[in-house]
Design a protein around this ligand. Structure first.
Ligand code: 5CA
Ligand code: ZN
Length: 414
């Protein structure tokens, strides 16, 4: 599938520190640097394209973009893979409801997502892969799971036995009661008769009337959601890639099941080394979600002539791992802030820039602490605007240095 175009990332005059991320599995900080000479590899779960990109999605992808940029600042090449869940129950249900062909709906919303990501200056994945185009990969992985004795059939559907992976549960760390509740709430079927364990997840859904299906050695049907990401990630990144990312609503079951599939296919090799999860953005007191309908769309803001850089800055004012509420007033503050930042870098000379470069890179390498990085830039802007023409305004190259820093590390084009 076609990715989107990204901006050139300017080279910084200094190398950033090694990147430390909070890992969901170990519930602690882990330094994530690539092994050997290879690139730093990350897989970030992509959208299910049945509606436009909302600010919750944007916050998650901008958060993961900070990792991409922090790795580059630290001198690493990055190999980035993202999927598009372009066939799944919610997409098919929406297409039926609004009487649009599901392929058309998916293509339209994926294209809008590309435009939103490009406007927000999110660096594109090297491989942007649809679920439909990767059905052969999913089929291969199901065959490998079957060879390992982890697959059984219920009617025309195939299930994965979660107990086949001794490490099942390690990614989320949740107790069984929590797993059962979340599995039921997030697309699972804990109560289906005939399953060996209520937590077992479907890997191949046999053909249903009125639903699209593809031929396979197990009969016509389509892959389950978790096998899709497990197969795409393993094919393009290999085993034990550095970071699996997404929003915290994917901690369980999605990322646990992906890990379970991968770890049965290659025992002893973890699916990912670190699991990094973004917090949930709320609006009007609830998680922003397509199913609840309490959405603020990136494209709607762009259409009302809001500068995407102000949208990006208002997202960066919240730590990517925290849950927070979108407040419209913060966006208007960010519009003013971007104007002030632009005014300061237009001056040429300014307050000393070297400590700001150091602080911003240190903040981002410390679990992508964008609020701390933004505060350092704010302080430089205030100092520079406050001392314009005075002796303290001592760094003649400050504007270029800060412009480059804000572009490369924070993704904001001044
Ligand atoms: N296609 C699957 C992943 S394979 C999926 O979850 N798609 S999605 O469109 O529902 O979500 C895309 C990404 O946005 C996921 O990482 C999800 O965790 C994240 N996300 C969804 N809602 C929010 C929200 N309110 N705040 C922050 N992130 C969110
Ligand atoms: Zn996924």
């Amino acid at each position: 599938m076609r990715s989107w175009s990204g901006p050139e990332v300017p080279t910084l005059p200094v190398t950033g520190p090694p990147v430390v991320l909070h890992d969901t599995a170990s519930d602690g900080p882990v330094t994530v640097t690539p092994t050997g000479d290879g690139p730093a590899r990350m897989y970030v779960c992509g959208i299910t394209p049945y509606d436009a990109t909302h600010l919750g999605h944007a916050a998650t992808y901008v958060g993961m973009d900070l990792l991409h940029r922090a790795w580059r600042s630290a001198g690493h090449d990055v190999l980035y893979v993202q999927n598009v869940t372009d066939v799944d129950d919610p997409l098919l249900e929406r297409a039926t409801k609004v009487k649009v062909d599901w392929v058309e709906l998916a293509e339209r919303e994926t294209e809008l997502f590309r435009q939103d990501m490009q406007a927000l200056r999110v660096l594109p994945p090297d491989h942007y892969i649809g679920a439909v185009e990767s059905i052969p990969l999913a089929v291969q992985m199901i065959e490998a799971l079957d060879a390992a004795g982890a697959i059984y059939q219920v009617e025309t559907d195939l299930y994965h036995s979660v107990t086949a992976d001794p490490a099942f549960g390690d990614e989320s760390g949740y107790d069984r009661e929590t797993m059962l509740r979340l599995f039921g709430e997030r697309g699972g079927d804990p109560d289906r008769p005939g399953k060996r364990d209520p937590l077992d997840c479907v890997v191949w859904r046999g053909e249903r009337e009125g639903e699209p299906s593809w031929p396979s050695p197990f009969g016509p049907g389509r892959p389950g959601w978790h096998i899709e990401c497990a197969a795409i990630a393993r094919h393009h990144l290999g085993g034990a890639f550095e970071v699996q990312g997404g929003g915290s609503d994917l901690v369980f079951p999605h990322h646990e099941m992906c890990a379970g599939h991968a770890q049965v296919v290659e025992p002893g090799t973890p699916f990912a080394q670190v699991y990094s999860h973004a917090g949930m953005v709320g609006y009007d007191g609830e998680k922003m979600s397509k199913s609840r309908g309490n959405l603020v769309f990136v494209s709607a803001l762009r259409n009302s002539d809001i500068d995407p850089m102000a949208i990006r800055l208002s997202l960066l004012r919240h730590h990517f791992r925290s849950d927070w509420e979108w407040v419209d007033a913060e966006l208007f503050d960010a519009v003013d802030d971007v104007a002030r930042w632009r005014k300061a870098v237009a001056l040429g000379a300014g307050a000393p820039s070297a400590p700001v470069v150091e602080e911003v890179l240190a903040a981002l390498a410390d679990d992508l602490d964008a609020p701390r990085a933004v505060a350092a830039v704010d302080a430089w802007v205030s100092a520079t605007l406050g001392t314009d023409g005075l002796a303290d305004n001592s760094d003649p190259d400050a504007a270029v240095a800060i412009h480059t820093l804000v572009d490369a590390a924070l993704g904001i084009d001044l």
